[in-house]
Design a protein around this ligand. Sequence first.
Ligand code: FSX
Length: 362
Amino acid sequence: MNKPVTVADALRLGGVTRRGFLKYCSAIASLMALPPASVSVIAAALEKARRPSVIWLSFQECTGCTESLTRSHAATVEDLIFNAISLDYHHTLQAASGDAAEAAREAAMHDNYGNYLLVVDGSIPTGNPGYSTIAGISNKDMLLEVAAGAAAIVSVGSCAAFGGIPHADPNPTGAVSVADLIKDKPIINVPGCPPIPAVITGVLVQYLTFGLPQLDHLGRPVAFYGQSIHDRCYRRPFYDKGLFAESFDDEGAKKGWCLYKVGCKGPTTYNACATTKWNNGTSFPIEAGHPCLGCSEPDFWDAGSFYKALSTPTGSIGATAVYAAGAGLLAGAALGAVQRSRKNAAIRKHEKIGIDDLTQES
Ligand code: FSX
């Protein structure tokens, strides 16, 4: 059977129903804070989109990012969308090894030079090239070689985006992020330790449908990282009323009050955990009673105790909250303007191309 060329081809081969496909598009639209009308636009764009060749490199990391993506409890449409890219090289997931694996990487680079998407997880050691090598090639050399032919780079996980845990003090390997080494390519940071699976696939879908996304000052897609955990936290009303857990076993904790005083970093952490959640939307750390660690922010490991409040629980709480909420509102307003503009352009395009039925109804 020929290799599928478009996303629609791949989805058909994967047996995805029209209903399942639209459900996924709807979830992505919701995640990107787009209106319901954009679902058909996303669907139409995905149906026509060519499957990009993707080369995925893993450097200094714990494999948590790949685990996050693959260890969903059931095969989902997200998995199939992920299969809709042509994943030509991935250390952990590929069947090939040794010379055959390296030959696959070189072939993918050669055949798609200038057009493939490079995904990186893990940080890059610069202290000594021998700290981490693949096929005898240092991480730094492999990154520079593959990045040269990439159309864009997605840095998955806080290690690739910001250096992450390997970069933490005393940083024995001289670990740096992708953006520290690559200056001439678009880089999309998808931080989190690990990132939310739906956000990883969502960013890929966004790239397939709308091209390079709007990024914040840390290179993160605003659609997924535009609001703080605090802005969207279901415990926020308790914060606003000044009702806090003072310890993990007090009455406040039992009543589900705000975890700010036991160290929650939600006010300074930008991610989609409070809305998308984990394990197919089941829960997220704060819902399980644990404060946010701020794992999608730079240097979260060195930012002080996970269990110490950001500031004293008096006037400065309000200042932090106002600052965080203000930043979220500004990001949201900017995103809204960008998305409205893109949506209008996409709808105009969609009106011309129409939507073909993808496959049979379930
Ligand atoms: Fe880092 Fe990812 Fe944390 Fe682990 O690949 S972001 S240590 S979850 O695995 O890079």
